[in-house]
Design a protein around this ligand. Structure first.
Ligand code: NAG
Ligand code: NAG
Length: 481
């Protein structure tokens, strides 16, 4: 059944008239250029970059410390001043996301969300239920964010606290075990409530579905899929609000406090909201409402300290000085047949290690056999020392890790990889791409423009090939960092 849903989804992507969509993209780009320029003139940029920038913040590693001067830094566009003569000079901030400390988040910036919420016309009695999400962190983040973004667009005055479906540990492709886990299974709940409450107070967060007022008067809409409302033009939600309101009113379901309506999303409603439609500031910050559970961050910080030792550097309390290549080898049994195989991926990753003269690598791979294969190949071919979370941790720390589920353990990898000197992974993986996008924020902070394949100063993805259509599930356009 999962297979069937999946092929349905892929077919759905096929059916989209993507050639038409190209022009929409060009238009979106032009709007972006306008927005960015507009932004330059309207605002004092120096106040607005909370992430720091590779170009000016010396605390940010923009190229590996021990790499030759000919490495990536000279061909990075972000290092050139913009041609209009205005030099982007963000402040140095210890709370910026960077590669030199144990902070996985940086400062939360909520005003772009506040602005979007202030611009919205709200509908009493309408609640969105964003709970049937499953799979790994890349997909789950996007499911929840897409659902909440649609909820805001629809003017929903309520959402139900998102939950997460537990994956089967025996069969990794079975992501519907109906074992619903709370939000905190992956995420920082206190942060989510605060970020939403402070910046979008028009939305009430209900702890569970039953907490929505209205009881039997609630009209439940299940398996809702925004694109079913008509041609929303591929990966583009323009016109959604109008179509949505009209659909409710023509079916006599206009919500009100007396006659509430709940909308529950069909599984796999993700990678379909073009994030730059909301401008770069919103695109760069919205995803930060979802942060990883602090207990899991603590384990990742422990892994980083051991990683430091592994590279021969004594760990320091607040400073991370650990040159390593982050590798995500995606060959688990649920990988799809047309993704790059072990050989293509491993060759690509080793090329990065070589080019950047890195001697150590942190490997994330849910497939132990292939993990060992990669480590051996790396050592044999170029003396690259490869390790992983299970090799690095010991004693109680190791037990805390192994007590977690497979997907939760992957969150530790997710965090450790975000801090690598250079990161490389398989471009079909939403897990990989999410890390790439997060790291890309360091190129321009809140003004970052879209990440471009195959990579930037911080990341190189492997495995683009001919049958890549419309770009795999529109991840490029529709993934919030
Ligand atoms: C979640 O989505 C899957 C796939 O569409 C579906 O089979 C399942 O019934 C849904 N679960 C719930 C609780 O709605
Ligand atoms: C590991 O990867 C190989 C292919 O590279 C695959 O045949 C095997 O099923 C995978 N095993 C697991 C446990 O994912």
């Amino acid at each position: 059944m999962v297979q069937q849903d999946f092929s349905e989804m892929i077919n759905g992507v096929w059916r989209i008239k993507w050639w038409k969509f190209r022009y929409v993209l060009v238009a979106a780009l032009l709007v972006n250029v306008f927005l960015i320029n507009h932004f330059f003139f309207e605002q004092s940029l120096s106040d607005l970059n909370p992430f720091g920038s590779a170009s000016t913040d010396e605390n940010v590693v923009s190229s590996p410390p021990d790499s030759s001067p000919s490495s990536s830094s000279k061909d990075t566009p972000s290092k050139e001043p913009p041609s209009n003569g205005i030099v982007v000079a963000p402040p140095k901030s210890s709370s910026s996301f960077n590669l030199n400390d144990y902070d996985f988040n940086g400062e939360y910036v909520g005003w772009p969300l506040e602005r979007v919420c202030k611009e919205t016309k709200w509908t009493d009695g309408l609640a969105y239920v964003c709970d049937n999400n499953s799979g790994g962190i890349g997909n789950i983040r996007n499911f929840i964010l897409t659902c909440i973004r649609y909820a805001i667009d629809a003017g929903a005055t309520g959402i139900v606290m998102p939950r997460i479906q537990r994956r089967s540990e025996e069969d990794l492709a079975n992501i519907f075990t109906t074992g619903f886990q709370p939000f905190s299974y992956f995420f920082d709940e206190a942060h989510f409530r605060k970020a939403m409450g402070d910046n979008c107070p028009q939305i009430t967060i209900f702890d569970k579905y039953e907490a929505i007022p209205g009881g039997s008067r609630i009209r439940k809409i299940e398996d809702f899929y925004p694109k079913d409302l008509g041609d929303l033009d591929g990966c583009d939600g323009r016109g959604f609000r109008g179509k949505f309101d009209k659909w409710l009113s023509t079916t006599n379901r206009t919500p009100s406090d007396a006659a509430p309506v709940t909308i529950r999303f069909k599984w796999a409603t993700f990678f379909e909201w073009p994030i730059y439609r909301d401008g770069p500031e919103f695109a760069a910050t919205f995803g930060d409402i979802l942060r990883i559970n602090p207990d899991i961050e603590k384990i990742a910080a422990g892994v980083l300290r051991e990683m430091s030792k592994f590279t021969g550097n004594e760990p320091q309390a607040n400073k991370l000085n650990t040159p390593y290549l982050g590798v995500h080898l995606r060959t688990e049994s649920d990988a799809l047949g047309f993704w790059p195989d072990f050989n293509v991926q491993s060759e690509g990753y080793l090329k990065e290690a070589e080019g950047r003269q890195l001697k150590h690598a942190y490997l994330a791979c849910g497939n132990a056999t292939d993990g060992h294969r990669f480590a051996e190949k790396a050592k044999e071919k170029m003396g690259l020392q490869v390790t992983s979370k299970l090799d690095l941790l010991q004693g109680d720390e190791l037990k805390t890790l192994t007590d977690l589920s497979w997907d939760q353990q992957a969150l530790v990898d997710f965090l450790v990889l975000t801090k690598s000197t250079h990161f490389t992974g398989c471009s079909f993986s939403s897990f990989t791409m999410n890390i790439a996008f997060k790291r890309h924020l360091m190129t321009g902070g809140i003004n970052s423009r879209p990440w471009k394949s195959p990579g930037d100063d911080f990341t190189t993805l492997v495995g683009r090939f001919d049958s890549w259509y419309g770009d795999w599930m529109f991840m490029y356009e529709c993934m919030w960092p």
